[in-house]
Design a protein around this ligand. Structure first.
Ligand SMILES: Nc1nc2c(ncn2[C@@H]2O[C@H](COP(=O)(O)OP(=O)(O)OP(=O)(O)O)[C@@H](O)[C@H]2O)c(=O)[nH]1
Length: 349
């Protein structure tokens, strides 16, 4: 089968909270009738991103087009979960015209790219492009750097450098795998910081890769899809820390757990709890849903570092329990009991 006949697949990578789901949602809204299937993988056992995408109820986008690979990291469950999922999508009577894979924010993309070399997939799919979504303000704040010496080493783009900060390795791998870098959250940076950041990222890239600024992942699908990279044939140009690890991958650096939360009377007390937990613990990401008394809609909450957002996303499903829950992700060693006690304490009227 020629490359032309293959179904294109786009891999969306980027650190926790960079804006991958927001970008995918925008893409689906502008799909213009194209049949796009989305595979979403998350770190942790509760699938919030799939839920978020389904909640947008985009016309023409069936719920079955959003497939979740929860419980684990795609790069380690490739054979057990990813390949069967891909094969099932390809074997549908009406296969998708494009497949978008949103990886977990902690995944190293290389093992996933390698999976596209698997015969049953390689014959029918090509990796159209790897898009790395970068959280502009987080990079500018030095979140992925460990110390000035390590930063200097990173600038020399020597991928074999070991980092004290496991965030740095994940970030670096995601950048090096990319065919297109989306520099997101441009709205949160002034012009000078943005220009500095763009320069910094350019020096980190080892290949000629396009860098695009974005707000809320709003990029024309015509720019995101159709890159024609055939990344599966080009793996050597995408160095990874995973190459040196011989398949083993240090997920032990991060952990995730879910806290069931009570019903609240208003968003503010919940947001105060989330802010308090974030201030007191090394939490990288919070996301989930809450029930508000008397409200048929569920409240979605998102935390990336210290920044919190909330919005009503969709009604609780008829017959389903109005049980709010928050996924907490951070560096290993989080004080789970203390965080759970903060988030799940009874609500006083
Ligand atoms: N201000 C601002 N906020 C943004 C932008 N893009 C995304 N966000 C917010 O950042 C938060 C995280 O966005 P997501 O799209 O869920 O990020 P993600 O990369 O899918 O997160 P994970 O799946 O947990 O890794 C949400 O609250 C978004 O609304 C942006 O360009 N500007």
């Amino acid at each position: 089968m020629s490359t032309m006949a293959k179904i294109p697949a786009t891999v969306i990578t980027g650190f926790l909270g960079a804006g991958k789901t927001t970008l995918v949602r925008h893409l689906l809204e502008r799909a213009g009738g194209r049949r796009i299937a989305v595979i979403v993988n998350e770190f942790g056992e509760t699938g919030i991103d799939g839920e978020t995408l389904r909640a947008c109820e985009i016309p023409g986008c069936a719920e079955t087009d959003i497939v979740e690979l929860a419980n684990g990291c795609l790069c380690c469950t490739v054979a057990d979960e990813f390949l069967p999922t891909m094969e099932a999508l390809l074997d549908r009577p009406q296969p998708p015209e494009h497949i978008v894979i949103e990886t977990s924010g902690l995944a190293l993309p290389k093992p996933l790219l390698k999976a596209f070399g698997w015969p049953s997939v390689r014959a029918r799919v090509t990796v159209d492009g790897v898009i790395a979504v970068v959280d502009g303000p987080a990079v500018a704040a030095g979140r992925f750097a460990d110390d000035p010496v390590a930063v200097a080493q990173q600038r020399s783009a020597d991928i074999s450098v070991e980092h004290d900060n496991p965030l740095a390795e994940v970030y670096e791998d995601q950048l090096q795998a990319a065919d297109l870098v989306v520099l997101n959250k441009a709205d949160l940076l002034d012009e000078a910081s943005f220009a500095r950041l763009q320069e910094e990222i350019r020096t980190q890239l080892t290949r000629a890769v396009k860098l695009l600024p974005a707000r809320h992942g709003q990029i024309d699908p015509a720019v995101l899809l159709g890159l024609g990279a055939a990344a599966e044939d080009d793996l050597a140009a995408r160095p990874s820390h995973h190459d040196a690890m011989d398949g083993a991958h240090e997920h032990d650096d991060f952990e995730s757990f879910v806290v069931a939360i009570p019903e609240f009377t208003a968003p503010e007390p919940l947001l105060e709890r989330l802010a308090a937990a974030t201030a007191a613990h090394d939490i990288l990401r919070l996301k989930g849903f809450a029930a508000l008394r008397g409200k048929p809609m569920r409240l979605a909450v998102q935390g990336v570092g210290p920044r919190l957002q909330h919005y009503f996303d969709r009604p609780w499903q008829p017959g389903a329990a109005r049980q709010g829950q928050i996924v907490v992700i951070g560096r290993t060693g989080l004080d789970r009991a203390a965080i759970a006690a903060t988030l799940a304490a009874p609500v006083r009227d």
